[in-house]
Write a protein that binds this ligand. Structure first.
Ligand code: PMT
Length: 401
């Protein structure tokens, strides 16, 4: 779908590739406008960018002539995607700290569009702890990155730091733009591991980081859905465009899910919910001095409510997807779980390998369907699993309309 792409150009030698990038984006049907820093103009002239984009180029903040054509806030609002290429180390630092002292960084602070960065710099600058921190902070805030690639650098060094080629950046822009395929849908996602109170300081928990559920929520938002993320404790940043409701225990998660359920047309339960909780949590801290010398402590546990089964029984035409964390007999266990809970699709993941499942960036899942069919997927980043999941969910929704 044609989109409005704002390209921010900063001062690095890789800026010479930007005219080609602008040409590719235009050829794909997008409207393109460019903003530059003063340093960028040493590497690529505004006239080239203006000629290829078909739009005036903005480079100076507070310039009466330039602001009169289209002011920088209007430009920030105009964009469906803000793509900064090349992103120098200096620009990364500014964006990560929210500085706004030139056109490129000011627009980044003002825009609500997704941010795609194509870094280019010397290998040691890229590897520097300051740059690493800036990159992680920006990623946590939802920025996407394309590159840098490994190769020969203009400074004479060899290594990671080359800006990706224009075709790769244009492909990443398509991905970052997302689709509107879930527009009008309301997606309710659960994520993270619940905590069940033992006493005033302790809880029973599990290893879920929330990464899988957060990737699901981010993907649904990218596809244009209204997204509510009911999250057990997680250190992850809320994905762009997602409303987050924080909970701790299975009981709190159940209450939040049931509150949000009425509006939801799609529910994805990626949370690792405790099956048992202490039946009588202590109000104060349990102390070993209060027990006879050398005595152990037994906890009496009771079942928690099965939220997924309750959601499946609830009235309403909605697609419900469950997850299943299995350590062995993955498919058979998932098939039994699917039959017991009654959802439309169960995503089973094998959690026996540390490289996938809990707290990993990648996952290997099997889609298990009510008819008994199974689809095994390769190891994918969790964002890739989320994309595959919604490709299936969209077909289910279409079939029901
Ligand atoms: O968060 P990450 O570190 O990225 O890890 C991801 C994950 C491994 C936690 C995730 O991919 C996953 O498998 N989530 C489900 C884990 C789980 O609790 O599976 P289960 O087999 O115990 O539960 C099956 C389904 O019932 C799940 O959708 C669960 O949310 C739901 N459930 C379980 C118990 C309960 N009391 N209520 C529920 O709704």
């Amino acid at each position: 779908m044609p989109a409005r792409i704002l390209v921010g150009v900063t001062g690095g030698i890789a800026a010479y590739k930007v005219p080609e990038l602008v040409r590719l984006l235009r050829r794909a049907g997008h409207s393109v406008r460019c903003v530059t820093t003063a340093a960028a103009e040493a590497f690529v002239t505004p006239l080239v960018l203006q000629t290829l984009s078909g739009e005036p180029v903005r480079s100076r903040l507070l310039d009466p002539g330039e602001e009169g054509q289209i002011d920088h806030i209007a430009l920030a609002d105009w964009a469906d995607l803000y793509l900064v290429a090349p992103t120098t180390a200096n620009c990364l630092a500014k964006l990560s700290h929210g500085l706004a002292d030139d056109m490129v960084s000011t627009v980044a602070l003002a825009t609500r569009a997704p941010l795609l960065l194509a870094p280019a710099m010397n290998v040691n600058m890229w590897a520097h702890p300051a740059t690493r921190e800036n990159v992680s902070r920006l990623r946590e805030r939802g920025a996407s990155f394309v590159g840098p690639e490994v190769g020969e650098l203009a400074c004479g060094w060899e290594g990671e730091g080359r800006m990706s080629e224009p075709a790769a950046i244009a492909a990443a822009a398509e991905l970052a733009l997302g689709t509107r395929s879930l527009a009008g849908e309301c997606v309710l996602v659960t994520a993270g591991g619940t905590r069940e109170r033992v006493d005033a300081v302790r809880f029973l928990g599990n290893r879920s980081s929330g990464k899988m559920g957060y990737a699901v929520a981010a993907e649904a938002a990218r596809r244009g859905a209204d997204v509510v993320l009911v999250s057990a404790p997680s250190h992850l940043a809320t994905p762009a465009g997602v409303r987050r409701v924080d909970v701790e225990s299975a009981a709190e998660m159940r209450a939040a899910v049931l509150r949000e359920l009425r509006d939801a047309s799609i529910v994805v339960k990626a949370a690792a919910v405790a099956d048992f909780r202490p039946s009588a949590p202590a109000q104060r801290k349990l102390k070993k001095e209060d027990l006879p010398e050398g005595a152990g402590l037994s906890l009496d546990l009771e079942r928690t409510p099965d939220i997924l089964a309750e959601v499946c029984r609830a009235e309403g035409e909605r697609v419900v997807v469950g997850f299943a964390a299995e350590s062995h007999d993955v498919v058979e266990a998932a098939q039994r779980k699917l039959a017991r809970k009654g959802c439309d699709l169960l995503v089973a993941n094998d959690i026996s390998s540390p490289a996938t499942g809990f707290d990993a960036d990648e996952n290997q899942v099997v889609f298990v369907w009510p008819g008994g069919q199974v689809e095994e997927l390769p190891v994918l980043p969790k964002s890739g699993v989320a994309a595959q999941l919604f490709d299936r969910v969209e077909k289910l929704r279409e079939a029901r309309h």
